[in-house]
Ligand binder design. Sequence first.
Ligand code: FES
Length: 119
Amino acid sequence: MKDSGDNPARPAAGVRLCALSEIADPGSKGFRFRVDSRLFAGFVVRAGDLLAGYIDQCPHAGWPLGFDDRYLTRAGDHILCAGHGALFSLEGVGVTTPCVGERLTAWAVEVREGEVFTA
Ligand code: FES
């Protein structure tokens, strides 16, 4: 499920994802977009002033990192891959095996007037 950037299911810039208030602080929310048989999966992480989007694909085995809206550790201080348990900083950098130093692929998002949009 490698997302090469030419995935037709990937939403264009300016698509509303949700209200910012729908994402806990700290918290995360997953999004799925489908066009025919193609799926785009991404998630947004919120923690204080940080709001970051990532494509939902672990650099280790390419699996989705989470499901529903559950992408963070219980403490909310790291992104947790459900596949083999790798931890990533909220900035998307792997900090434990098997993903030390690996980066999640960014998915640009922005907040405008309390709403989260693709950017
Ligand atoms: S698929 Fe994420 S750690 Fe293996």
